[in-house]
Design a protein around this ligand. Structure first.
Ligand code: MTE
Length: 301
C-alpha cells in the first residue's frame, strides 16, 4: 500500500545511512569546511527515523509512572489481549466490541509521521495501524456527532500510576469529527513493523501527527460520539497550559517554555545540540491548515 500521507521516502533516510552522512557533515564542520549551521539547517539534513530503542524507552504514559523510563519497566506485564472497546453515543452501531473483530477487514498501513510532544521534544516514528476514519465509519456516526471522545483503560491494579491522583483518571482525549475523519488521523496498533509495545499504548492508540503528543491517547477502551466538545485530561488539569486543539504551533508558546524549536530524541552525540525549528502544524500545514481556516489559533490553542 502506498503511504500517501507518510513522509516521502526521500525525506526519511535509513538510520545507518543517515548517521554516516551526519558524521561526514560533522567532520567537515569540525574541519572548518562547512558552517556549523548546516547541522541544524532544515532541509540540509533530512528527518531521520528515531531509533526503535528510543521510541520504546523514552515515553510518557503516566498510568505506568512519571519518569520517561518508567513505562517501559512498569508496563512489561500489561495485559493487552483480549481487549474490548465500548462504542457509545451518537452513532448507529454502538456496543462492546472485541478489538480483533473491530480491526478485521481493515487494511493495515505503515505511516511514517513526525511526533512532537508539548514538552518540546520530537521523534519520527514508523507506525502500523488503520486510518481513524475507516475505523470510525464502522460505527456509522450520526450527523449530530460533532466530536469524538476516547478513554484509556482504568485499572489501578495493572497501572500503578493510577493509584495516585496525579491526573484525573481515566485519561480522556477528544477530536472534532472533521479532525478525526481527516486522512492523516490514524489509529496505531504497531510500530517498527511489530505490535505496539505496552509502553507505547498497546493495543490501540491514537496518532494525530499535527497535534501535540498528549492528544495521542493510549490503550483506548472507549469511543464516544457526542455533540459538545469533550473535556480532555490535560486541559482539565491546567486549562491555561493545555487546550483542546493542541495543534503544534511554534508561534504560540507554552506559558512556561518556548515552542519555537524542539529537541530531537535519539540522535546521539551532538556538537551543536540536536534541535530543529518547530514547524506550523508539525509540518503538515498543507494537509490540515484548512480545518482551522478563520480560527484564532492563539485563543483556540
Ligand atoms: N495516553 C495516556 N493514556 N496516558 C498518558 O500519560 N501521555 C501522552 C500521550 N498519550 C499519555 C497518553 C503524551 S504527553 C505523549 S507525549 C505521548 O502519549 C507519548 O507517546 P509515546 O510514549 O508513544 O512517545
Amino acid at each position: 500500500m502506498k503511504k500517501k500521507y507518510s513522509l516521502p521516502e526521500w525525506q526519511v533516510t535509513d538510520e545507518s545511512v543517515f548517521q554516516q552522512r551526519r558524521d561526514v557533515v560533522k567532520a567537515l564542520v569540525v574541519a572548518g569546511l562547512l558552517p556549523a549551521s548546516v547541522l541544524q539547517a532544515k532541509g540540509t539534513l533530512k528527518d531521520e527515523l528515531t531509533p526503535e530503542a528510543a521510541v520504546t524507552s523514552y515515553n510518557n504514559f503516566y498510568e505506568f509512572g512519571y519518569g520517561k523510563n518508567d513505562p517501559a519497566k512498569n508496563a512489561r506485564d500489561f495485559k493487552t489481549h483480549p481487549w474490548q472497546v465500548r462504542v457509545s453515543g451518537l452513532c448507529e452501531k454502538s456496543g462492546v466490541f472485541d478489538l480483533d473483530d473491530l480491526l478485521k477487514g481493515l487494511a493495515v498501513e505503515e505511516r511514517i509521521y513526525r511526533f512532537r510532544c508539548v514538552e518540546a521534544w520530537s521523534m519520527v516514528i514508523p507506525w502500523l495501524g488503520v486510518p481513524l476514519a475507516a475505523l470510525l465509519k464502522r460505527f456509522r456516526p450520526l450527523s449530530s456527532a460533532r466530536f469524538v471522545r476516547f478513554t484509556t483503560l482504568y485499572d489501578p491494579k495493572q497501572m500503578p500510576g493510577q493509584r495516585r491522583r496525579v491526573l484525573d483518571w481515566p485519561y480522556v482525549e477528544g477530536l472534532r469529527m472533521d479532525e478525526a475523519m481527516h486522512p492523516l488521523s490514524f489509529m496505531a496498533t504497531g510500530l517498527y513493523g511489530k505490535p505496539l509495545p505496552p509502553q507505547n499504548g498497546a493495543p490501540l492508540r491514537l496518532v494525530v501527527p499535527w497535534k501535540y503528543g498528549f492528544k495521542n491517547i493510549k490503550s483506548i477502551v472507549r469511543i464516544h460520539f457526542q455533540e459538545d466538545m469533550p473535556m480532555n485530561t490535560w486541559r482539565k488539569m491546567a486549562p491555561d497550559e493545555y487546550g483542546f486543539y493542541a495543534n503544534v504551533n511554534p508561534q504560540v508558546d507554552h506559558p512556561r517554555w518556548s515552542q519555537a524549536s524542539e529537541r530531537i530524541i535519539g540522535t546521539g552525540f551532538s556538537l551543536f545540540g540536536n534541535r530543529r525549528d518547530t514547524e506550523m502544524f508539525n509540518g503538515y500545514a498543507e494537509q490540515v491548515a484548512g480545518l482551522y481556516r478563520g480560527m484564532n489559533l492563539r485563543k483556540f490553542f
